[in-house]
Write a protein that binds this ligand. Structure first.
Ligand SMILES: Cc1cc2nc3c(=O)[nH]c(=O)nc-3n(C[C@H](O)[C@H](O)[C@H](O)COP(=O)(O)OP(=O)(O)OC[C@H]3O[C@@H](n4cnc5c(N)ncnc54)[C@H](O)[C@@H]3O)c2cc1C
Length: 462
C-alpha cells in the first residue's frame, strides 16, 4: 500500500493555489507518492490539506462527497455537466411525464453544504498516474492527491453498427429529450403519412428487458392509451410497442416469480414482448430479429447494455468487454491506493456480479471516501461489502414489482412503494415537490402534458 500524500503534494497544491490558480499544474516527473513515508496528519500546521478529486457528480461521486465534506481535505468535483441527474426517472422525461429540470439539480447548489468543496465543469479524457493529474478535453491538467473516478457508464451497442447509428440510448438528459422529441415527432407525422410510412412511424421497439426497457414500454403503452387515444386521430389502435429481450424473462435481476408478474403486467398494457430474441440488425426503417421477424419502426431504443464511461484510464486498468475499471476489493487500482473507481465505472475484484445500480454506486462512493480517510491516517484500506437494498421497477399506472429484503411486492402496493421511494431519493426539496405535484396531476388526469418539442432532436435541432 502506498503511503498518504505528504508535504510535497500538498505544498505543491498550496503554492499554486496561493498564486491564484484553481487547479494547479503539478511539476513533471514527480513519482507516485514522491517516495514519501506516511506524512503528518492532513491539515496540520500551515500545510494545505490534500486534494481529493472526484470525477463525476452522479450517485457514487456525490456519496463520496458527502462522506468527505467534514474531513480535513480539499475536495474538487469535476463533471462534464453542471448538474446531477436522477437517472432512474429519465424514462419519465422521455415520455413527457416530467421535465428535465425536475430530475436534475445544479452541482454547485449541492456543494453549498460542503464548504471545502469546489466544482469544475470539464470533460475528463485522461489520467496520468505518475504525474497525478487528470487531463481535460480542453487540455488542462488538474492535480490531485487522491483521485475518485465515478464517471458512470454509457450505452454499449456491442459492436452492432446499425444499432449505434439508428437506435437511441437513454443514459442522460439529452438522450431523454432526444427520445421524447422522436416519439412526439413520429406521432405528429403519422397522422398525415401514407400507409407504409405510418406503420413505421407508429412502431416503437425497446431492446432490453431490464428496468429501463420495461419502464419505457409501460410508459409508452400508457401514452398510447391515454394521450394518443385522446389527442391524435385514429393512431392509437395502430401504434405498436414491442419489447425485445435476449433472455427468457424480463427483469433478469429480480426473483423469478416477480419476472413473471412483470411480464403479465406489461402484456396487460398491450406491449408485445419477444423473449429469447436477439436483435440482428437495426436500420432506419426498423429492426430485424435473429429469428427472422421484421418489426417496422422509426423509434428504436437500445437499453440492452452499458460500458464504463471513457475517462482515459490506463488501458491495463480496463476490463476489455465492459470498459470498466478493475479495482481491488478495497475499490482502488491494484497497487495504487491513491486512485479509486466506484459505481457503474468500477469492476470490483470478487464482486463482479454486483449490478450497475444506484445503491451499489452510493455505497461504493461512501466506502471509497472512508478508505481515503483511512489512507490519510496511515491505516489500511478495508474491503467493500454490499448491503442489499430493495429493487423495484414500475410498469405503469398501479403496476410495479419490488423485492424488498425478500418480501415480494407487485401491483398497486409495489407501485405506491416505488413512487414513495423515488420521491424520497430525489435530490432537492424543489424537485421532490414538483415531481409529487406532476405525478398527482398525471394520475388524476391520465395526461402527460410536457409535450413541447424543444431541445435535442426537435425539428431542425441537431
Ligand atoms: C434510464 C436508467 C434507469 C435506471 N434505473 C435505475 C433504477 O430504477 N434503480 C437503480 O438502482 N438504478 C437505476 N439505474 C442505474 C443507476 O442510475 C446507475 O447505476 C447509477 O447512476 C450509477 O451511478 P454512478 O455515480 O456510477 O454514475 P452516474 O450516476 O451515471 O454519474 C456519472 C457522472 O459522471 C459524469 N461524467 C461522465 N463522464 C465524465 C467525464 N469524462 N468527465 C467528467 N464527468 C463525467 C456524468 O456527467 C455523471 O454526472 C438506471 C440507469 C438509467 C440510465
Amino acid at each position: 500500500m502506498s503511503p498518504p500524500p505528504g508535504p510535497e503534494a500538498s505544498a505543491a497544491a498550496g503554492r499554486a493555489r496561493s498564486q491564484g490558480e484553481a487547479e494547479p499544474r503539478r511539476s513533471a516527473g514527480r513519482k507516485p507518492n514522491g517516495g514519501r513515508a506516511a506524512g503528518p496528519q492532513p491539515g496540520a500546521g500551515s500545510e494545505p490539506p490534500p486534494r481529493v478529486l472526484i470525477v463525476g457528480a452522479g450517485f457514487a461521486g456525490l456519496a463520496a462527497l458527502r462522506a468527505l465534506r467534514r474531513a480535513p481535505v480539499e475536495i474538487l468535483v469535476v463533471d462534464r455537466n453542471n448538474h446531477h441527474t436522477f437517472l432512474p426517472l429519465l424514462y419519465q422525461v422521455a415520455t413527457s411525464g416530467l421535465s428535465a429540470q425536475d430530475i436534475s439539480q445544479p452541482v454547485r447548489r449541492i456543494l453549498r453544504r460542503a464548504p471545502r468543496a469546489r466544482f469544475r465543469l470539464a470533460d475528463v479524457v485522461g489520467v496520468d498516474l505518475d504525474e497525478r493529474v487528470v487531463i481535460t478535453a480542453e487540455g488542462d491538467r488538474i492535480a490531485y492527491d487522491v483521485l475518485v473516478l465515478a464517471a458512470g457508464s454509457v450505452t454499449s451497442f456491442f459492436g452492432n453498427a446499425g444499432a449505434a447509428r439508428h437506435a437511441l440510448g437513454l443514459r442522460d438528459l439529452e438522450d431523454a429529450l432526444r427520445l421524447r422529441n422522436r416519439v412526439l415527432d413520429a406521432l405528429e407525422r403519422a397522422e398525415a403519412a401514407p400507409a407504409g410510412e405510418r406503420e413505421k412511424l407508429l412502431g416503437f421497439v425497446l431492446v432490453g428487458g431490464g428496468p429501463t426497457g420495461v419502464e419505457l414500454a409501460g410508459a409508452l403503452a400508457e401514452m398510447r392509451r391515454h394521450v394518443v387515444g385522446r389527442d391524435f386521430h385514429g393512431l392509437a389502435q395502430d401504434m405498436r410497442v414491442v419489447l425485445v429481450e435476449g433472455r427468457d424473462r424480463l427483469l433478469p435481476g429480480f426473483p423469478a416469480p416477480l419476472c413473471e408478474r412483470a411480464l403479465a403486467q406489461v402484456q396487460s398494457l398491450g406491449v408485445e414482448v419477444r423473449l429469447g430474441s436477439l436483435v440482428d440488425a437495426v436500420d432506419p426503417d426498423g429492426v430485424s430479429l435473429a429469428g427472422g421477424e421484421r418489426i417496422p419502426a422509426r423509434t428504436v431504443v437500445w437499453a440492452a447494455g452499458v460500458k464504463g464511461a471513457p475517462v482515459g484510464a490506463p488501458a491495463g486498468a480496463l476490463e476489455a468487454r465492459s470498459g470498466r475499471i478493475r479495482v481491488t476489493p478495497a475499490l482502488h487500482l491494484p497497487g495504487r491506493d491513491d486512485v479509486y473507481a466506484v459505481g457503474d465505472l468500477a469492476l470490483v475484484e470478487g464482486a463482479e456480479h454486483l449490478p450497475q445500480m444506484a445503491p451499489v454506486a452510493q455505497q461504493q462512493g461512501r466506502h471509497a471516501a472512508h478508505n481515503v480517510l483511512r489512507r490519510l491516517r496511515g491505516e489500511p484500506a478495508l474491503p467493500f461489502a454490499y448491503r442489499r437494498r430493495p429493487a423495484m421497477a414500475t410498469i405503469g399506472r398501479n403496476r410495479a414489482v419490488g423485492d424488498v429484503f425478500g418480501v415480494r411486492l407487485s401491483g398497486r402496493i409495489a407501485w405506491w412503494a416505488w413512487l414513495a421511494a423515488h420521491i424520497w431519493f430525489l435530490a432537492g426539496f424543489r424537485n421532490r415537490a414538483v415531481v409529487f405535484v406532476n405525478w398527482a396531476y398525471n394520475w388524476l388526469t391520465y395526461d402527460r402534458g410536457l409535450r413541447a418539442m424543444i431541445g435535442p432532436g426537435a425539428r431542425g435541432h441537431p
